[in-house]
Design a protein around this ligand. Sequence first.
Ligand SMILES: Nc1ncnc2c1ncn2[C@@H]1O[C@H](COP(=O)(O)OP(=O)(O)OP(=O)(O)O)[C@@H](O)[C@H]1O
Ligand SMILES: [Mg+2]
Length: 433
Amino acid sequence: MALRDRVNRADRTPSEPDDLITRYRDRLLEEIDLDELARLAPAQRRARLERILGSLLSIEGPVMSSRERSQLIQRIVDDSLGLGVLEPLLADETVTEIMVNGPNDVFVERGGRLERVPTTFSSMEHLYQTIDRIVSTVNRRVDESSPMVDARLPTGERVNVIIPPLALDGPTLTIRRFPTPFRLADLIGKGTLDDHLALLLGACVRAKLNILVTGGTGSGKTTFLNALSGLIPDDERIVTIEDAAELSLQQEHVVRLESRPANVEGVGLVAIRDLVRNSLRMRPDRIIVGEVRGGETLDMLQAMNTGHEGSLTTVHANSATDALGRLETLASMSELELPIDTIRDQINSALDLVIHLDRGADGVRRVAEVQALVSHRREDYRVEQVSRFVQDDLVLERTVTGRFVHQPLPDDLRARLLRAGEAVPAAFGAVTR
Ligand SMILES: Nc1ncnc2c1ncn2[C@@H]1O[C@H](COP(=O)(O)OP(=O)(O)OP(=O)(O)O)[C@@H](O)[C@H]1O
Ligand SMILES: [Mg+2]
């Protein structure tokens, strides 16, 4: 039984235009030849539905103005294709995230800020129908036995669905759009970093430093990782490993791997760590892991230490220094159960640079700090600051001003860049400490 059939009918609050939409959406589904429709390109599909609906309405529809008629057609077609009432939000380039918290609460993120939009679903059932349609396009299902789904749409968006009883107030849908990925140069324009830091990071990526990007939820880690990956030279073989593929690298030689959750019977799980281990046998020049969240951290560190320099990953953390503790905790979740000082040894030898991102009160995602990890072997962590954003006192509400301040590079780092034939950008000083 489809989920929508189990939804309490009392949740429905039909109104007249919604009834018209439902009636003609059903009529449209009776009239069209689904196989034929599937063979058409998306734009033709829409045109075809509009034509069939237009003639249906002129034969049996109620009297209405041509404006009402075209609005009705638009809504029904939107509703029958793709993401239904959410289509217009998806078509809006400025929207980066769509959040549906039940049929009447739809929010979007634009320019880093949340706002409520007037879009609504006609009923709880309507929302469930849309959710069913979205997850079925990726051969997944959502129901009481698997009430959470995280998936990537064929068009690239990442979708998360969680329904009752886990979501207390109704089905919750979160869609993250991936507009053309930002390059590092675009991020300079957005105030995320300055030219000097971009130059340094370019040199560090080319010189194959191992880099960790950190930050809170939605701070821009994946975006930054993608932009950094864009600096990898074209002649290197890159393997990307993710839970739900979000990275979009422009290089020619990229192999993309995606983990797989267990199926309903609880089998078939392929975890990030399995993919990291497998990637070692794929002759990668670079391994990029979208985010480390558990025991795979140790595999990643070992990969970085065994000839796969220049690897990049992200971890959720509240500061660059907090990140090292997080890595330690995550690495200790591996079934290898290494003593903590062995893990510290791995982290000290593997990691070169930590880039921490933060979202300011103005919604701008910035590199809050860049730290170089300079400790060796089993020593306690020692970091040296390379860059940080120094914020002026808040002048106006939701306005942030400030500047990026850079420090001379630690000697080891400088030497590594020079050995790799990279220049040290002037902002990072020629002083030898
Ligand atoms: N530097 C930036 N400037 C402007 N917008 C950005 C920037 N970085 C990311 N964004 C936007 O912010 C949203 C979140 O970005 P991203 O997915 O990179 O964050 P994240 O830290 O990886 O999130 P999560 O914790 O969910 O993995 C996206 O919509 C993205 O387009
Ligand atoms: Mg991310």
